[in-house]
Write a protein that binds this ligand. Sequence first.
Ligand code: NAG
Ligand code: NAG
Ligand code: NAG
Ligand code: NAG
Ligand code: NAG
Ligand code: NAG
Length: 451
Amino acid sequence: MESFGIAVSLLLCVMIQMSGANTELISVPLVMHGTKGKSLHIPVETHFGMNQVEFQGTWSQISPKENHLVTFENSKAIPNLQLKDTLIFNLTSISLTFKQLDEAAEGEYQLQINIIFPGQDKLESVIKTVSITVNVPLSTPVMKKSSEGTLVEDQDNVTLTCIVENGAKAKYQWLKNGKMVSLSERHIFSQNNTTLFINPVKKEDIGMYSCAVANPISHARSKVMELSVFYGPYNLEVNSDQGLRIGEVFTVNQGELIFFDCLADSNPPNTCVWISRTDNGTEVLMTGPRFEVPPHKLAQPTKFLCRAFNNMTKKQDEAHFTLVVANLGKGSEKLQGESAVSPLAAITISSLLIILCMLFVLFRKTCHPKRVLMKIYNRPMPEQKGLHRSGHEDATEDFGIYEFVSIPGKMESNHASCRSLARLDSVKDLHTTIYDVIRHVPETPTLSLLK
Ligand SMILES: *[C@@H]1O[C@H](CO)[C@@H](O)[C@H](O)[C@H]1NC(C)=O
Ligand SMILES: *[C@@H]1O[C@H](CO)[C@@H](O)[C@H](O)[C@H]1NC(C)=O
Ligand SMILES: *[C@@H]1O[C@H](CO)[C@@H](O)[C@H](O)[C@H]1NC(C)=O
Ligand SMILES: *[C@@H]1O[C@H](CO)[C@@H](O)[C@H](O)[C@H]1NC(C)=O
Ligand SMILES: *[C@@H]1O[C@H](CO)[C@@H](O)[C@H](O)[C@H]1NC(C)=O
Ligand SMILES: *[C@@H]1O[C@H](CO)[C@@H](O)[C@H](O)[C@H]1NC(C)=O
């Protein structure tokens, strides 16, 4: 316990000695970065009137070697004669100036000063240290690549080296597309960061690389160097400008020529092999990026595949697709293959829907539906009389047989004549069109118009 106490007090003593008894009286920079061959002034700030006090002190180098520089007091300074040519001491400001820095000047320096303030018999002792670095400006770094050959992803590695011809104390940093490269499993720096080792290279490593160097007085950046990597094929896709595409199924009109393009992300560009698949097996049809389908082969849905191959990475990918030929053009007689039914059916249904919609709009425009409905319901279904409906909330009211009658001479009128089915016989001679609008209404059998 006792020894511990002694150690603590010793440590405190040392700390007080190191930091100076009175930090406010004098301040000196902690670190100064000088340039080799240039002068360096170490400023000293004194926070008291220098000519109102009595003082005496010294400047000395304390590391890496001990060297006395100057001893001074109020009226005079005694410099170390050996250093007369390299140092200037200013007694007014007690500051020190190195005329021409060289490497030997690098180290720790100490200002020690004792001050007696007027009217006080106490002695203030101040110790300040400043560390001085001597630097050489860095030349522009040059970057080297371990191999000028092409790099193949997942196979090759590359070492980038940053070389600085002139300058010292450089810190190295690696940049890809202007952003710092960070350490990873594949990105390894040498101890002093002068080299970057990428193993193995991948597509993501493609980019513009540079190295940046900095020391306390300068910084520089190398020219960018492109790193290219062979990769792929990735994201293989089969595309065609013609025909209708649903997933992997392309539907094309009979007689239409169809081309397929095989697109993949690949460096160098991939080669493509087009293969047809049947129950019997596969058959290579052609090689090349574009595939023209021979028309005579299109009797029924045909399965194909595109095989993309990168001859550098030796990797390949496949995309499967099916080609269906539908007889969509004029004069269609029969469907080619089962899958052709669905697009044709869709077109028929949509055409019917469009006709129905147009009719409904026309009907709404030319005559008030309520009036006609009243007529329909009043005649064949007297039991519906009591059923009062104020609006149009039930779609079942719209069901019925509607008829449009055009009356010559009344075309300019907005109120065209509308007649119900009940009067059909009387207007048979007129030019009429009858549309049947019947829908299934499961829960209201009483409204059935088939009655
Ligand atoms: C010494 O320092 C004082 C105060 O900073 C300054 O005015 C003076 O010019 C300096 N003298 C020389 C010789 O540099
Ligand atoms: C890097 O690639 C070279 C050949 O390009 C090979 O000899 C070496 O073993 C590879 N280094 C590592 C760590 O894989
Ligand atoms: C960086 O470290 C390597 C060894 O790891 C050494 O050969 C090289 O000289 C060092 N370069 C610099 C500039 O410090
Ligand atoms: C090396 O670079 C890394 C990242 O750029 C950085 O964190 C590290 O401090 C550098 N090391 C040296 C010795 O420069
Ligand atoms: C399968 O092969 C046989 C004989 O080689 C041939 O007759 C038949 O048409 C082939 N089937 C298909 C779907 O190509
Ligand atoms: C690899 O593919 C590229 C692009 O398709 C081609 O130009 C090159 O001749 C091929 N190289 C070999 C060795 O097949």
